[in-house]
Design a protein around this ligand. Structure first.
Ligand code: FAD
Ligand code: NAP
Length: 513
């Protein structure tokens, strides 16, 4: 299968060396080192036939790898972060400085933002294949309603970045100012996906017993210890049966009641009523059972409480006149549901009924947002703003597809360009689905390489990019390992899993020591 095309190319086998050997090798750039990036690389290396050698370069905008596994996944879910071993293992096995078994090489260029420091055009002339795996976590998803820009209306992305030590949150100039939690009693979370539940757990669970031993940011821990939050309402625009959270995650939040200090306020029975139990799917039945169990728990004098509310869309956030850093309330419009018998879609129909919920802080957890990179237009890469993703078919990027309907046939593929992960599918899916989907992209890359479908690269362009990279303050894999070691060692000293370094400059200086 892999014998039709062979490419003779001079490559830079070792970092810091000038042109050395000539080898048959395919150069592949992966933009982003989150789960999509590293699972794509893993599959490429696993499935690449032995007569081809791959030279894979990761470009990562942050000084640390792993994407949302490090900067999204909640600190009390360390088992989820085990996926990071895939990247660790492939770096250990293929790092350029080592003589490796299979002849493939992998390099990591952390702290290098594609679209800014390195252009896509440059990548096009230096790699046979480029994979866009840069995720959907670069900007906030906000609501365009009155009060939407008030300081006490923040996004889940900002809140998550802050408690997970994301360097953007701790930027010396544009740092995130965390909400003054000591003055906040009631929080409203808009949206009820699993991110909303993570955020609620951070606000509700005991900082000392639950969070102190994790890798949560120490400044977040400090603020949580002094938090005045007593009540968290998670508000969704659709109904109970359209809830975006999954059973495992809602059970985890409900289990906080086991401490007898956190009370779940039972869901309005009217919202759960229209559906008869006999019509429920297996997953819904289980969900129903979970709620039955926890709705009947009586907890006297709870420290905190929380609720799930349905069929409400926010229409205005009202500032607290006496303290403009906070809100006084949110005004909601009540919705009713419309079930489309044909499509089975459940949509909302706004009613005239309004309702107010008292709150000092609102956290918008309405999904993350994907954006195009600079150069997309120049390169003919289309971005679907509604779906938050690059336009592609099975991971192969389409050229100039914006003016056409996505299902138009034949598609014109952009030779050598691919996408995987959230930026391929929009901001949804757990790590397991991201993995499966990245395997599809990798499979198609290998298929295309075998059929001679890849970009033409030029030795001069490679040389020029290699020279340019040397001038960057990039973080190599070895550099990252130093940061990793320091974080683990410091964590051990204070009894937590890891003491994350939040400041980008500090990370870079440790990496370069
Ligand atoms: P990302 O993980 O976002 O990785 C993209 C990478 O690209 C990042 O490292 C980013 O810095 C980098 N990048 C961005 N722009 C550029 C650029 N211009 N140049 C170079 N690099 C760039 N799934 C679970 O299974 N379990 C969980 O518990 C879980 N918790 C989650 C919690 C939160 C808050 C969120 C938002 C998601 C969670 N998920 C969870 C989902 C999971 O994180 C995603 O499925 C997965 O991370 C998507 O991988 P990705 O590589 O596509 O994107
Ligand atoms: P999500 O699951 O898509 O949930 C988004 C929520 O926002 C939904 O309730 C949605 O309501 C609501 N919403 C969207 N636009 C809205 C608007 N304009 N007004 C009001 N509400 C709006 O997204 P997410 O919570 O960000 O999670 C992203 C992905 O990461 C998911 O696949 C999730 O499973 C995964 N994740 C997994 C875990 C875990 O496994 N522990 C943890 C975190 C995240 P509608 O349904 O009505 O659109």
């Amino acid at each position: 299968m892999f014998t039709r095309q062979k490419v003779l190319l001079r490559t830079f086998v070792r970092w810091n060396s000038s042109i050395t050997l000539s080898r048959e090798v395919f150069r592949i750039a992966i933009v982003g080192s989150g789960p999509a990036g590293f699972y794509t690389a893993h599959h490429l290396l696993q499935k690449c036939p032995s007569n081809y050698k791959l030279s894979i370069d990761f470009y990562e905008r942050l000084p640390a790898p792993y994407g949302l596994s490090r900067y999204g996944v909640a600190p009390d879910h360390p088992e989820v972060k085990n996926c990071e071993e895939f990247l660790d293992n492939l770096m250990t096995a293929h790092e350029v400085s080592l003589v490796n078994r299979d002849g493939h090489t992998v390099r990591f260029f952390g702290n290098v933002e594609v679209g800014k420091e390195v252009s896509l055009k440059q990548l096009e002339s230096t790699y046979h294949s480029v994979v866009l795996s840069y995720g959907c976590a670069n900007i906030d998803n906000r609501m365009n309603i009155p009060g939407g820009d008030l300081p006490a209306v923040i996004t889940a992305r900002q809140f998550v970045n802050w408690y997970n030590c994301h360097p953007d949150s701790y930027d010396k100039v544009r740092h995130f100012r965390p909400p003054p939690l000591s003055g906040v009693k009631n929080v409203t979370i808009i949206g009820n996906g699993n991110v909303a539940l993570d955020v609620a757990r951070v606000l509700l669970a005991n900082p000392v017993d639950h969070w102190a031993s994790t890798d949560i940011s120490r400044s977040a821990l400090n603020l949580l210890e002094n938090s005045g939050v007593k009540n968290v309402n998670i508000v969704a625009r659709r109904g109970f049966f359209e809830s975006a959270f999954s059973n495992k995650e809602i059970r985890e939040l409900l289990e906080l009641s086991n401490s007898k200090k956190i009370r779940f306020i039972p869901i309005d029975p009217n919202v759960m009523q229209p559906m008869h139990e006999s019509e429920l799917t297996r997953v819904e039945k289980r969900r129903f059972g979970i709620f039955k169990k926890y709705s009947n728990l009586s907890i006297e004098n709870p420290d905190k409480s929380w609720s799930l509310q349905y069929l409400k869309s926010p229409v205005e956030f009202i500032v607290d006149e006496s303290n403009p850093e906070l809100l006084s309330k949110t005004i909601f419009r009540r919705n009713r549901l419309h079930h489309d018998e044909l499509t089975k879609e459940v949509t909302i129909v706004p009613t005239e009924e309004m309702e107010e919920i008292e709150n000092e802080l609102v956290i918008l957890s309405i999904g993350y947002k994907g954006i195009p990179l600079e150069d997309f237009q120049a390169l003919g890469i289309s971005f679907d703003k509604r779906k938050n993703r690059v336009v592609h078919v099975e991971g192969r990027i389409l050229e100039n597809a914006a003016s056409k309907h996505e299902t138009d046939i034949p598609h014109v593929y952009k030779r050598g360009w691919y996408t995987s992960g959230w930026i391929k599918n929009g901001p949804k899916g757990v790590i397991a689905t991201t993995m499966m989907d990245s395997f599809e992209t990798a499979h198609n890359i290998l298929d295309d390489l075998s059929n001679g479908v890849y970009s033409k690269v030029s030795i001069e362009a490679i040389k020029s990019l290699e020279e340019k990279l040397k001038t960057f303050n990039f973080v190599s894999w070895n550099g990252w390992l130093k940061v990793n070691k320091k974080e683990l060692d410091d964590g051990k000293q204070i009894g937590c899993t890891r003491l994350k370094i939040c400041d980008r400059d500090d990370m870079i200086s440790i990496a370069h020591k």
